[in-house]
Design a protein. Structure first.
Length: 141
């Protein structure tokens, strides 16, 4: 009985407000068209802008450490990727140790406290803003 009532309410809402469920129909003039898709995109854009502003505020204080003899891929996986009673075995990594590392926010307000960073170049160059048009690293991998 509950399923029939739910379907009925959904059908009634769809019949009463068809423009909400269709991008083809919209409300307003061409410049101020309101559609569910546009509203979602606007909301996403606002959220994305807020997150990006927070990241930009904290970028200069994030500490990044490249993988080394003491900070191995296996060590990074065990200490940063898994937790609790989980275990990782047979960890392998192909690439330069400079392309793998960890980051720590050091209380900077960055949304993540710490984690793994992977890069196609040197991880220490990953902190933005990226104002270089020709920054590159030869990793010889």
């Amino acid at each position: 009985m509950k399923k029939i009532i739910t379907i009925s309410y959904t059908l009634i809402v769809f019949l009463l407000f068809p423009s909400f469920f269709s991008n083809a129909q919209s409300i307003g003039s061409d410049n101020n068209t309101i559609t569910p898709k546009r509203e979602i995109n606007t909301l996403y854009s606002k959220m994305n802008t807020k997150v990006n502003k927070e990241l930009l505020k904290s970028q200069s204080t994030i500490q990044i450490t490249a993988s080394s003899n003491t900070l191995t891929p296996s060590n990074i996986v065990q200490n940063y990727l898994i937790s609790g009673c989980l275990q990782a075995s047979n960890v392998s990594f192909s690439g330069s140790n400079n392309a793998l590392g960890i980051f720590n926010s050091n209380g900077s307000g960055f949304p993540l406290i710490d984690g793994i960073i992977l890069s196609t170049g040197n991880v220490t160059n990953a902190v933005g803003p990226n104002s270089f048009s020709n920054k590159t690293t030869q990793l010889n991998t």
